[in-house]
Design a protein around this ligand. Sequence first.
Ligand code: FES
Ligand SMILES: [Fe+2]
Length: 375
Amino acid sequence: MLAKSDVEPLFRPTAQARGLPALAYTSEEFAREECTSLFARTWMCAGYGHELPAPGDVLPRTVAGVPLLFVRTRSGELRCFHNVCSHRGAKLVSEQASSVQMMRCRYHGWTFDLEGNLRVTPHWGGHNQPSGDLDKACAGLAPVAMAAWHDWLFVNIDGNAGPFEAYAAPFQAHFAAYGLDEAVWTRTLPYEISANWKLVAENYLETLHLNFIHTLLAEVAPFEQHAVIAEGNCLGTIIDVGLPENWVRNDALPRWRGVDADNRTAKNMALFPNFKLVIGPDHCASMVEFPDGAATSHQRWDFYFAGQGATDECFRSAREAIIDFYDKTNVEDFGAVEAVHAGHHSPAMKGARFNGIWEGAVHHFQKLVAERMAA
Ligand code: FES
Ligand SMILES: [Fe+2]
């Protein structure tokens, strides 16, 4: 945890502020504390509806150190439970599976249905009474607060973050004009970055590095034309003339419903703490960090296109061009972000300095962390 005095300089005006202490990026103890004091208290993106397309699909996933279980019930509903058997605490489901009817614990055979109800407790009543004195209704799987927004599944592990709709409203408002219900998942790209998850997030929130790291992107999306957004849990940058001409050609992909033919806006938005969504007129890509200790970030990008844009062969090359461009751009960042992580091991690193014009969202992000991590 951080002392209030550690973060006092962070709460000065952006241009005079100093960032989080370096240990917030390098300490394994701090990373463990983030799991309970930060991630568990927010709405974190932790899964994707397309990973569980059919009733009977189950998906275990460890989030912020907590084993969770996503389930598509027989009625088609998505649910999330703690992935722990209510008998003596064995992790219940170890692998993704389909056509599951019941989930049986490997240890003593307790068996749960897809709604999390405890159904079978072998030998519990001795030799002759199948369930003995156990009240099965009180021993089901523990539910986890979950909200689905389009393909993205968010969880609030401690259950106290309030309604997802209120948490995410300022972020969602930026996408209200896009017909995102048409979004069809196309591709997942996994990345591993040797840097703290916060440095990966902060890198996304500023465009000042474009001219140095992303020379191609800087040509089509000049850094100084991005507007910086920092409002509550919603952060990001927006540019209105930012997409390459060749993405707006005759064989271009179908646009989101509600987007004009001359729209070239690109929005790079983030929902604190770990969800990002980049959207253009005809595609979007979600980017999610799954922290793994202080020094490793697993990052996952998922690409979506509008309706037939996601599936038709005639749009294949246009899709590939977009995915390839994003992939190359992302990889360009890794060396810089890893260098920042390495630099935070120096005793000379006493907190970042922020540019008041370009780095307001980075500053805001650090304050959101500090508000949860300072005692
Ligand atoms: S721990 Fe699961 S049945 Fe005993
Ligand atoms: Fe970048």
